[in-house]
Design a protein around this ligand. Structure first.
Ligand SMILES: C[S@@+](CC[C@H](N)C(=O)[O-])C[C@H]1O[C@@H](n2cnc3c(N)ncnc32)[C@H](O)[C@@H]1O
Length: 240
């Protein structure tokens, strides 16, 4: 279902979120990835989409491979490539030998994957000992299904707070992210991710929860109200 949705909506993703269209990518996500990856050598971009993270790494002289199961994403990545290599593959079965990459990155991908633990196992398998894994997610604590501002007019003065929802319940949902665009998301507690990393020898060295960047807050007044609610979680890990 995930692969089909991303094939169907690849053009939407490419139009709205790549080549400078999205302030969160431009002002925050791409600079953060650039700052966190210091390795040279060989890098794997898992769920690379149309390749914006892979292209960024390639500007460092890194030998970059990108994989994505959606043909309409990976074919666009090949078209936009500045020298990176791409292949159609799922994170669940990475088509690489053990311990061949110095770095792996997955940017806003694993919240679309049901078999998350299997995919983390694959990341660890293809990484060299001492290699790094930069893992970006929609914040699993604060961006739960149904999360958002609640204005409570029962109190005087009115209270407003951020609703979290059934945080502990793992659930898959098809979210309408824009009119007619339905994307499958899997919500799971943060501990599920952390424990999957630990179980696969991926040690968290750094955790970042940046506030939404200015360009994003300017898009909408309701975004400004949530300026102190992180949308992004970044885990910088190293394989033991
Ligand atoms: C939100 S997009 C992010 C694309 C890219 N990482 C970026 O940051 O521009 C999510 C991507 O995850 C991919 N994806 C979904 N299921 C996947 C899986 N099982 N293995 C690898 N990638 C997957 C989708 O095809 C889609 O391209």
């Amino acid at each position: 279902m995930t692969k089909d949705s991303w094939d169907t909506h690849a053009t939407w993703w490419q139009r709205e979120f790549t080549r400078g269209a999205d302030p969160e990518y431009e002002e925050q996500i791409l600079p953060l990835v650039a700052g966190l990856i210091s390795e040279t050598g060989r890098a794997l971009d898992i769920g690379c989409g149309e390749g914006q993270v892979a292209r960024l790494l390639a500007t460092r002289g890194i030998d970059v491979y990108g994989v994505d199961p959606a043909w309409n994403q990976i074919s666009e990545a090949m078209y936009r490539s500045t020298g990176e290599a791409y292949g159609q593959a799922s994170a669940l079965a990475l088509p690489f030998a053990d311990e061949v990459f110095d770095t792996a990155v997955a940017c806003l991908v694993f919240e679309h994957i049901s078999a998350m633990k299997q995919a983390i196992g694959e990341v660890s398998r293809v990484l060299k000992t001492g290699g790094s894994f930069v893992f970006l997610l929609n914040h699993p604590l604060l961006q739960t299904p149904g999360s958002g501002w609640v204005e409570d007019h029962m109190s005087d003065p009115p209270n407003h707070y951020w609703r979290i929802g059934s945080y502990l319940v793992e659930q898959e949902s098809l979210e309408e992210v824009q009119l007619g665009v339905h994307i499958p998301f899997v919500h799971r507690p943060l501990s599920e991710y952390i424990n999957a990393l630990v179980d696969n020898d991926l040690l968290v060295e750094r955790m970042l929860e940046p506030p939404p960047p200015p360009g994003f807050l300017e898009l909408n007044d309701s975004y400004k109200a949530a300026a102190q609610i992180p949308r992004l979680l970044v885990l910088s890990c190293r394989k033991r």
